[in-house]
Write a protein that binds this ligand. Structure first.
Ligand SMILES: *[C@@H]1O[C@H](CO)[C@@H](O)[C@H](O)[C@H]1NC(C)=O
Ligand SMILES: *[C@@H]1O[C@H](CO)[C@@H](O)[C@H](O)[C@H]1NC(C)=O
Ligand SMILES: *[C@@H]1O[C@H](CO)[C@@H](O)[C@H](O)[C@H]1NC(C)=O
Ligand SMILES: *[C@@H]1O[C@H](CO)[C@@H](O)[C@H](O)[C@H]1NC(C)=O
Ligand SMILES: *[C@@H]1O[C@H](CO)[C@@H](O)[C@H](O)[C@H]1NC(C)=O
Ligand SMILES: *[C@@H]1O[C@H](CO)[C@@H](O)[C@H](O)[C@H]1NC(C)=O
Ligand SMILES: [Cu+2]
Length: 225
């Protein structure tokens, strides 16, 4: 527990300043620039203090759609969750299993997120997407976007879903011996790791894993930092 306490001190003393945005699907509220709503704060879970009743819903494909994020940090963990219903309280479906360590700032566009199998949705089902980013100090940031599942909806066209040069993301997974890296705009194609970086992958993994263990503890105890 001493280790956890030390982690907390670290977490609360080094507040992160840059935040992130959701460019697509349209987010609930502009939590970066909306000065009028001074109650918005990306530190507030589950949705930065933006009520789920503002009404901007994007039609999103039944088989999974695109997501476009505006990231400002050198790197960040990214979790994307889904909750079903009109005013979601429970974002209990993970769309990033494993979650990601995204490196670089700018736009990260994923052409098509994979949905959990047997997700109970049909044409017209309402849902919300929650994006959580987590920095090295353990501060989590939240934003949400509201969607309607539609048979007729499509994913973003390739030209509208470009990831900034130099921005990549990596799966963070206990099982992966050699995690692969991929840029978001590549339609799910894997890019093979550059051989010279393969040796250092494992060392990074160990660091990731111990951080993940700690984070799991935090989540289990329902602590928010
Ligand atoms: C929601 O939609 C309205 C009307 O189209 C628009 O003015 C507003 O900027 C949208 N909100 C966000 C957060 O994009
Ligand atoms: C912010 O929250 C306070 C307290 O709940 C409330 O009185 C106030 O109207 C809110 N401000 C805005 C801009 O929503
Ligand atoms: C998620 O939550 C909803 C509503 O609270 C519930 O109906 C559903 O069974 C839950 N699904 C899972 C996989 O936990
Ligand atoms: C990324 O960060 C660098 C250095 O802070 C900045 O100059 C650049 O404009 C940023 N790029 C984007 C796309 O935000
Ligand atoms: C991450 O893992 C998922 C599920 O195993 C896989 O579909 C995806 O291509 C992987 N992404 C990267 C960047 O390796
Ligand atoms: C996430 O990726 C960044 C950049 O590649 C790396 O510096 C950082 O160590 C990774 N996170 C962890 C906890 O390993
Ligand atoms: Cu930030």
């Amino acid at each position: 527990m001493a280790r956890l306490a030390a982690f907390f001190l670290l977490a609360t003393s080094q507040l992160v300043t840059a935040h992130f945005g959701i460019e697509y699907p349209t987010w609930r509220g502009d939590t970066l620039n909306d000065e009028a709503n001074s109650n918005y704060s990306q530190y507030i879970q589950p949705c930065a203090g933006v009520p789920g009743t503002l009404g901007n819903r994007t039609d999103w494909p039944l088989t999974g759609g695109s997501i476009k994020l505006d990231l400002h940090h050198k790197w960040t963990y990214v979790f994307i969750n889904l909750g079903l219903g009109e005013n979601v309280a429970n974002f209990n479906y993970s769309l990033t299993n494993p979650f990601w360590n995204s490196t670089g700032n700018g736009t990260l566009c994923i052409p098509k997120l994979t949905l959990p199998t047997n997700l109970p949705v049909q044409d017209g089902s309402l849902a919300s997407i929650q994006v959580v980013t987590l920095g090295e100090t353990g501060n989590a940031l939240y934003n949400c976007a509201d969607i309607t599942f539609r048979e007729s909806a499509t994913t973003l066209a390739e030209g509208d879903c470009q990831t900034s040069p130099g921005l990549t993301y990596r799966n963070v997974t206990a099982a992966a011996q050699q995690p692969s890296e991929q840029s978001g705009g590549q339609s799910g194609e894997q890019q093979s790791d550059d051989k010279s970086s393969a040796g250092s992958s494992r060392a990074v993994d160990t660091a990731v894993l111990s951080a993940v263990g700690l984070l799991t503890l935090l989540f289990v105890f329902g602590m928010s930092v």
